[in-house]
Design a protein around this ligand. Sequence first.
Ligand code: PA5
Length: 446
Amino acid sequence: MIRFEYKNLISNPYLKSAIDPKLIQSHLPQVQAAREEIAKDRKADILGFYDLPEQDISHITDYAESLDPKFDTILVLGIGGSALGNKAVYNALKTEACLTKRVLTFDNVDPVFLHEILQDINMDTTLFNVITKSGTTAETMAGYMIITDILQKKYPKDYHKRLVITTDKEKGFLRQVVKDRGYSSFSVPDNVGGRFSVLTDVGLLSSAFAGIDIAAMLEGAGEMVKLSENEDIMQNPPLLNGLLHYLYLKEGKNISVMMPYSNSLYDFADWYRQLWAESLGKRFDKDGREVFTGQTPVKALGTTDQHSQIQLYAEGPNDKVITFLTVENFNHDYVIPNLHPEREEVSYLGGKCLSALLNAERLATEIALCKAGRPNANLVFPKLDAKNLGAAIMMYQIQTVFTGKLLGINSLDQPGVEAGKIATYALMGKKGFSQERKEIADYLQQ
Ligand code: PA5
């Protein structure tokens, strides 16, 4: 199981300026109130992600097993919560779990990016998975239409067997397309929002296709749900981390850095970026008061960014809470050969594992940041596997909703994203947006 090491978020002999443990104690009534609100939301069936560990996944595993073995790649066409989780899970596990099938993601409308993907894949052996909860997102619709057109022309008889759609189970344009054209389809539960949906069909289908043990992923997530029920906040990683981030935010630490010491987990930090930013970045609290709250998530990569960002984190504004992600045991490792035993410049490295150097550098960075008075935490993966990854996903989902409750905001909506979507529809000539088109014309004339 993953371990959350928080000693450098709480004041200790090495980091006196950190949060005083007494502050945690004095916030226990708020913690209790937030827990009660979450319990109420769960009863009202609006936090469905908590229950995903219990779901039946046979429809996914059966489908993955039934697929023609010629398919060696699945290309996800989606964006935001309909893509970031797929990327995070696959890239976390592809090497350590020795996956032989690929998950690629087209989550932009950059034509060069699409060209690169189309150059990279073999159309004959690629399955396409269009994912969109709303069924209307412009980026995903554009990708869907381009790919379907290519498939229809190349495979007029069986193009529909090469594309699978994940969308709302009843509503939306794409659900109609599924009915009309006979595509296989999966659904996004009503009670799970986009950025909380990686453990639904949204993320599980591509993972199962790639050969990831999705049952183990859900088992890890289920263990984290249990941990989150612990009454003792010090034994409750998602709630403790949420409370500490909330307290730091109130002290002016407006930035949350996630810094994996693992290239495999870099996209996990990207997934976290969306979850934390879109859920907590809000103008209004739940009573309609203007609060302009949120904490800017930033991703960094150890050791690479030690030579790019750490100078700023150690000596720049003290406005960050830093979380390292550490992998203790790697399935793939290298011993550094002692090529120059007579030269002290490099002989100290000889005979050591690359992973030992990586994790020594992480600890060294932790110590340096403590000395500089910079709060930091460490989320430890004993190894990078499906179960630990599922636990980490659930930890951050619970932490996000809990922190939203402490902030008094709605962590499940994204009104700031909708404004951009509407302007795009207007600019691209969608019917029903003439007023917005007029406003844009005025704006352009200024
Ligand atoms: O978290 C969210 O709700 C968003 O990031 C969505 O996932 C994103 O906008 C894509 O939406 P959809 O799945 O409807 O295409």
